[in-house]
Each structure stands twice: as structure tokens, then as C-alpha cells.
Ligand binder design. Structure first.
Ligand code: CS2
Length: 480
């Protein structure tokens, strides 16, 4: 069996890079090079390298060495499998030039980030990776990783710490401005990144804050592609299709969207050649995506998991859930958006098709992870907007009640659930006794205005009881 690498690339029975890989130079450093980045931004970059080879990606893993271990022997090359009902397409992506395992090679990473050739530092570090406290709107200095970086800011481990140290070096060397591009599912991700970076910088070096304000841009982005975690079956399929062994292919749906606020300092890569859109204001796109797609994803994940469904396509294939999700979009979520109503109804129709993709095998359990970090922007914000107008929130309340049951760590048959969440201990405690009240008291998840609304408390209590008494399918049926 031959392994994918530059030496074997010409033998790959798949779409391959059309540019000369030897001429590609690094222009982007990406923090958090997981499957999502490799199936999204790196593909967009792959599409533009023939036009401009100065935008190659150096990726960094901040926690685990596994991506570097898998892709370094492959010269950074990997297979993208695009899956739909019509079959699977394989394509070799060549835009990632190097993968740095940050804990082992911190100095190499910082040097690369500070290098003037690097004009973009982008990130997908998940919601919890920002060290942001949404309740205060600032860097969470009590977060243990952030606290430890603040003590030794020259050898940081967090995204905020790494960016600040790289910026300090750039400032000291008089290097060119740089754009920091957040690609996580957070509302106002550009603003949040600017806030944590500035707060961190001011805590360690007051002069640096000024340089950052003048030399760094933090555009907001909306990112979208469904990327299920890679399995051994995917590895086998990559080999069967391309003829080359790949230790870590990635899988995605055909759909890809990337909306970027057009506010770069320094040169802007022609991301539009790979289908990205540059716009003046990302917020309407972002709110639509977070509330419609991610909001319903989370509801389907908790309700579906509790109903015994492994994949999203099975959940949306159950008429009770399908009707419920469509009603939630139409009656409760879409009316809170500023998008024209035909945009949101077309969007909902497209989502239904994407969720129904039978080939994707996207696990409900994967989406259910880190709920405490996801719920605020996916469901609770929508609830807040509706409560302010005195509108009903029954369906959103059912989705939130399903999260409460899941997060408490025991399914409806009494079987334990392995809850993966930075707040696991608090969630487990909240599940004991008066669970609804305990969960509503978590200020990182529910703002005071939402938690103190009688209307909301009653709705969640009603739906929580319905879940326990009749199960998720019947509870959803009543609201479909
Ligand atoms: C999902 C997202 O895992 C999750 O929480 O809702 O990863 C979702 O698939 C992407 O945001 C789609 O763009």
C-alpha cells in the first residue's frame, strides 16, 4: 500500500492540486487545524493557489499531536471526501504546507506567526478555546489556561496567548500589519477575538494595546460546512477511491459557505475564487446561520440522542422531529431574524435537504458536545428576543429541556451519558433536585433576563416534564 505524499501524488486517482506545490509559500498561520478547517478554509485556499501561490497554510494543533503525526509523513497532503446521496467524491488538498504540534514546537509556531510573510492568522479553536466570558464581555482571567498564560506570557499555550506573543514580536520587529480571522461559530467572532487579544495584551504589556489597535484587523466571519468526525470506514473509502493510503482524510457535505467581513489590513487573499463572499456586515448571515442551522442542530442532537438516534439524518427522517424542527424554524426562529422572510424560508428548505443527507452520518453525540458553550448563541439569544416581545417559546424550551436532561448525564431509560463539556461537573450537580431551576441559575448559559422570566421558566418546566413523562418523540409531536 502506498501512502499519500508529494512523491506519490501523481498516482492519486482523484482531483489533485493544479498549482505547482513547490512554488507555494506560507501566508496564513491557522490555529486549531482540525477536520473543520481542513474541509473548509483550506479547501477555499486550495482553490486560489493557482492564482496566487503566496497564501499557503501553516497549521498548528494547540492540544494534541495527532494531526501533525498523521499529515507530516504525507507532506501535509490529505484527502477530502465529499458525500451526498449521489455518492462520494475524493479530492487531494495541497494547501496545508506544514503542521506544527504547538506544545512540542512552540518556538517554531511563534516564529512563523511573527514572520512578516504571515499576513493572516486564522483560528478554529471551538467556542471554549477563546477564554471569553460572555457574561462580562471580556477575557476570562479565571480560566485556568488563560491564568497560566498570563503568568508566563512568553511561552503561551492558549490561542489568545499565542496571538499576543506573536503580535508583541511583530511590534518589536516593526513587522507589517496582520489580520486575525476567527472562524468559529461564535456571534461577533471578530469582536470577541479582538476583545480577548486586547484584554490579554493590556494585562501583560500596556504599550502593545496601542500597536494592536493600529496594526491588527479582526474581521468577523460566518463559516458553514457540516463535517462529521472521520472514522476508519472513511479511511478505507479514501484508499479505495484514490489508491493511496491517507492516515487522516476529512469528510464534508457538498455545501460550503464562508462570509467574511471585508476589513483586512494588508493584502487580502482572493478567497472569493474558492466561493467565499466579502461583505460589509456579517452579522445578519451569522445570526441566521447560528440560530437556524446550529440552533436546530443542537435541538436535534439532544432530542435525537434521547430518542436513540445515532445520526442527524435519522432524526430529521422521523416525521415527528421533522415537523417539529420545521415548525420551530417557521414559528419561533425565523421571525427573530433580520433576513427577508423569503431568504429564511429558502434557507430552511436547503437546511432540510442538508440534514437529510443520508451519506453524511453526522452523529448526534458529536453535536451534543460542549452544549454549555453553544446554547447561548444557538437557542438562548432567540428566546431572549422573543420574550422581549411577549412571544411564545415552547419549541425552543423543548430543545433546551432536552439539553438539561442530556447534560445531567442520564438518559430517559436511566443509562449514563458521557457528557463532554467544560462545565461537566456543574451540569451534573445541576441535574440533581430541582433540575430546571438549577440549570436556569447557570449565568454562563442563561442571561438573568431569560432565567428570571416566569414565562420561560414555566415553558421549560412544562417541556422538561413532557420529556420525562412521554419521551422526546411524543413531546415533539405535540409541537409539530
Ligand atoms: C454543529 C456544527 O457540532 C456542532 O455543534 O452544529 O459543527 C455544524 O455542523 C457546523 O457549524 C456547520 O457549519
Amino acid at each position: 500500500m502506498t501512502r499519500l505524499s508529494l512523491a506519490s501524488l501523481s498516482a492519486a486517482k482523484a482531483q489533485r492540486p493544479t498549482y505547482d506545490r513547490a512554488k507555494v509559500t506560507p501566508g496564513i498561520v491557522h490555529l486549531g487545524i482540525g477536520a473543520f478547517h481542513r474541509a473548509h478554509q483550506a479547501v477555499v485556499v486550495d482553490d486560489l493557489l493557482s492564482a496566487d501561490p503566496s497564501w499557503g497554510v501553516v497549521g498548528a494543533s494547540l492540544r494534541r499531536p495527532d494531526t501533525s503525526a498523521a499529515l507530516t509523513p504525507q507532506d501535509g497532503l490529505y484527502t477530502l471526501l465529499t458525500r451526498s446521496g449521489a455518492g462520494t467524491q475524493a479530492r487531494i488538498i495541497g494547501s496545508v504546507l506544514e503542521i506544527i504540534d504547538a506544545p512540542q514546537r512552540k518556538e517554531a509556531l511563534l516564529a512563523r506567526m511573527a514572520d512578516p510573510m504571515t499576513r493572516i492568522v486564522s483560528l478554529t479553536v471551538t467556542e471554549k478555546g477563546y477564554g471569553y466570558n460572555a457574561a462580562t464581555g471580556h477575557l476570562d482571567e479565571a480560566n485556568p489556561d488563560i491564568a497560566s498564560d498570563l503568568v508566563s506570557p512568553r511561552t503561551p499555550a492558549t490561542a489568545a496567548g499565542l496571538i499576543v506573543e506573536a503580535l508583541r514580536r511583530r511590534c518589536e520587529a516593526g513587522a507589517a500589519p496582520v489580520t486575525v480571522l476567527s472562524c468559529d461559530n461564535l456571534p461577533h467572532n471578530g469582536r470577541v477575538t479582538a476583545q480577548v487579544v486586547t484584554d490579554f495584551a493590556e494585562a501583560v504589556d500596556t504599550a502593545l494595546g496601542k500597536w494592536i489597535a493600529a496594526n491588527v484587523a479582526f474581521p468577523a466571519t460566518m463559516i458553514d460546512r457540516i463535517v462529521p468526525a472521520t472514522t476508519d470506514a472513511d479511511r478505507a473509502e479514501a484508499l479505495a477511491l484514490t489508491g493511496l493510503e491517507d492516515a487522516w482524510p476529512v469528510v464534508g457535505e457538498p455545501f460550503l459557505q464562508w462570509v467574511i467581513e471585508d476589513r483586512f489590513v494588508g493584502p487580502r487573499p482572493p478567497f472569493d475564487l474558492g466561493g467565499a463572499q466579502f461583505v460589509g456586515d456579517v452579522a445578519p448571515y451569522e445570526t441566521m446561520k447560528l440560530r437556524m442551522l446550529n440552533g436546530s442542530h443542537s435541538m436535534m442532537a439532544y432530542l435525537g440522542y434521547l430518542a436513540g438516534y445515532e445520526f442527524v439524518s435519522q432524526v430529521i427522517g422521523d416525521p415527528a422531529f421533522r415537523d417539529f424542527i420545521q415548525a420551530a424554524w417557521r414559528e419561533e426562529i425565523a421571525p427573530t431574524l433580520t433576513m427577508p422572510s423569503n431568504v429564511s424560508s429558502d434557507y430552511a428548505r436547503a437546511l432540510l435537504e442538508r440534514f437529510s443527507n443520508p451519506a453524511l452520518k453526522h452523529r448526534t453525540y458529536q453535536i451534543a458536545m460542549d452544549g454549555s458553550q453553544k446554547l447561548p448563541q444557538r437557542l438562548v439569544g432567540t428566546v431572549a428576543d422573543r420574550l422581549a416581545k411577549g412571544q411564545p417559546v415552547e419549541r425552543l424550551a423543548l430543545g433546551i429541556a432536552a439539553w438539561m436532561v442530556f447534560a445531567a448525564g442520564t438518559d430517559l431509560e436511566g443509562k449514563p451519558i458521557v457528557v463532554q463539556d467544560p462545565m461537566t461537573d456543574e451540569l451534573k450537580r445541576a441535574g440533581r433536585g430541582d433540575a430546571v431551576s438549577n440549570f436556569l441559575a447557570l449565568r454562563r448559559v442563561f442571561s438573568a433576563e431569560v432565567a428570571e422570566s416566569m414565562h420561560f421558566r414555566e415553558a421549560v418546566t412544562r417541556q422538561y416534564r413532557a420529556l420525562k413523562e412521554m419521551g422526546p418523540v411524543e413531546a415533539a409531536k405535540r409541537l409539530g
